[in-house]
Design a protein around this ligand. Sequence first.
Ligand code: BYC
Ligand code: FE
Ligand code: FE
Length: 471
Amino acid sequence: MIDLQARIPNNVDLADDKRLQRALEQWQPRFLDWWREMGPEGLQQSEVYLRTAVSVEPGGWAHYDYVRMPEYRWGIFLAPAEGERRIGFGDHAAEPAWQEVPGEQRGALRRLIVTQGDTEPASVEQQRRLGAIAPSLYDLRNLLQVNVEEARHLWAMVYLLFRHFGRDGREEAEELLARRSNAQDHPRILGAFNRPIESWLDFFCFAMFTDRDGKYQLASLAESGFDPLARTCRFMLTEEAHHLFVGETGIRRVIARTAELMREDPNEDPRARGGIDLGLLQRYVNFWFTESLDLFGSPDSTNAATYFSEGLKGRMNEGKAGTYDDHALLEGGVAIEEPASRGGVTTREVPKRRALNAMLVDGYIRECQKAVDKWNATLERGGVRAEITLPSPRFHRQVGPFAGQHFLPDGTLADDPAAVAAHLPSEADRAYVRELQDAPVFQRGRYANWIAPATSPIDRKPLDFEYVRFR
Ligand code: BYC
Ligand code: FE
Ligand code: FE
């Protein structure tokens, strides 16, 4: 049983480790200061219908109720231990999984945990102003659900830092509250987490593409030989599914509404009817998809090879029977694309351990494509003969061999570097979206004009439920 009245709800026997408990209880008020300063703006007193993680049992892990966000029960939950778990890959394969951090692996592990932890508060910071322009109570509630859970993911990483990394861990935990998304002098660690999210179009694209990187990274870390990291990531994945749902269905509803407005307009122009045109949406997709590809790191990465060799970060489903035969990856290679002279593209064979980022991103792209196919099916049903497409991974890159190159979304070289910008959101696009999303819709069951109503209830409540009570 988990004691939900404890100051920090947990299933890690915190009460038995008084020093650790005290240390985390000292960090808690600083976390709350950060939340009040950088969390959802203007909504801290409101009562929000939120789910809270209360156990790790598959059927009953979440409890739904109205909560004022600063009173949300941010807890520490590890998925159940899997008996005598063994390391599933790399040079330590078949050795018992580590319950404590091995000395040689300390630096690399700390870095992985800090990088993962840094993204969580970053996303909350990026999204903090969206409440004031929410398209409905339903969407507002989903945004805030994502926000409190990302903050819980910060707790998940901070627990590991405090429990396993001593003084350096405590210092890193302070830094996690000190860096700020998009700040000049102390930005967040990874690129996409320093890009502004100023509209709901940005937010839905972020939840679709960037949270999905989160899913893939967490799934890789869930294979870690460091068992506490594996178990905490496994449980985080349970929450992550909803974030991806918010992104994918958010864009789907925008598309459904666009199709409707196109049918109504004699010139098939959704803008004439206060909607979002597909060209603009495509540019937002182009931006967030490629920013998210950068989060996978370079397709040829010695870091990735080290993480795998040392048993710290595996492949998705590495431990699942039947997924892979070879867990050593010492033989063979993977062909990686690189720019060649005069706008051409060539491939180079990279040893498998160094190509792990490339392998992970392949699965990610396939999953994104499936969601895009569903969007296009919505367009087709809506009678629109146009499609959203994923741009080529050569386009708009800041990491990997195509960084700094000027390729177009169709994968061909741009004659003129400026031609690339035409496929990304322009200042005019942003201004239009700002104009469209300048006020919230807070009446129950109502939606902004540019998005179709929701179709999936939350916790089986009616869709016109009072998901947020303003105070
Ligand atoms: N921006 O060998 P390379 C989530 C750095 S999202 C800036 O190519 P590596 C969430 C890299 O650090 C999931 N810098 O890449 C989503 C390295 O620096 P050094 C977050 C970047 O190391 C939504 C250098 O470039 N989790 O949870 O194999 C809402 C060369 O790196 C970037 C993780 O990322 C970038 N995009 O892979 C909330 C998991 N990419 O060594 C939450 C932990 C690379 O030159 N992190 N660099 O100083 C990792 O596994 C790896 O660090 C990465 C990079 C996959 C990110
Ligand atoms: Fe997260
Ligand atoms: Fe997420």
